[in-house]
Design a protein around this ligand. Sequence first.
Ligand code: BT5
Length: 267
Amino acid sequence: MTETTPVLLAGSPPHFRVFHYDRLESTNSEALALLDEAEKEANIRSLHRSVVWASRQSAGRGRLGRRWESCEGNLFCSVILCPDCDLAEASELSFVAALALSDSIKLLSGQTLQGRLKWPNDVLIQQKKVAGILLESRASLQSGAMDAIVMGVGLNTMASPSDVSYPTTSLFEASEQKLKLTSDQVLPVFLTALEQWYRCWTEIGFPAIRESWMGRSEVMGRPLRVVRGNRVLKGVFSGLSADGALRLRLEDGEEVSITAGDVFFDE
Ligand code: BT5
């Protein structure tokens, strides 16, 4: 853990405290380390709405230990949240983050780019991945119950890697006007959108998030392949279930709920 003090970021909503670092291995790891420190002083909740933001990231990670290629100039941040709920409910926050990213893309591009959403945690522009979300939870050493969520967000603003298995893009590459946005311009916009969707989640509830997410889904009604380990399921996306699982209508007409896996378009 590196010592740092909160920075004032123009345009950031007042509810968030942003800690800026020049370079980190992973903003998620730093956020988890901050939580470990706070637990020693029984002070976890003091970190609610703290944001770890790094200008450079050397070992960004995705789900299942995958690598997140962190190209220079892109946004890397992790938001600490302590919602009053259990872990299953807190996993809905990845849909909250995706909606905030999609709003941010629309706003930052002057409505010229659309961030479409792909289950479970991707944001796409023109069917290429522009952002990823990694939720990690922390359990209290004493009670074992979840006491905080780290919402890691990587958004390709300036560049995207070409040597990964899925097509990728950035706001710069995808926009006709070749948008050049710095992460200190992007982060306040994302946090403002996140605050709105977080409030929607806490005050109205997941059904509203689910509806909005489905409205922006890239995959509704499309033939998909869902891969989990060695298992491959083929079918058509038929929506999100009440708890955020992916509903897939299989070729024989049976409908199944999938809680984890990777989705590929099958066309
Ligand atoms: C994700 O995982 O998409 C979550 C990525 C979260 C990264 C942020 S950055 C800030 C915070 N700190 C961290 O350490 N992590 C978070 P997953 O669904 O497993 O997708 C990973 C896959 O996306 C890789 O295996 C590649 O195929 C692809 N990929 C890697 N880097 C990419 C990039 N920059 N843009 C688009 N796709 C990428």
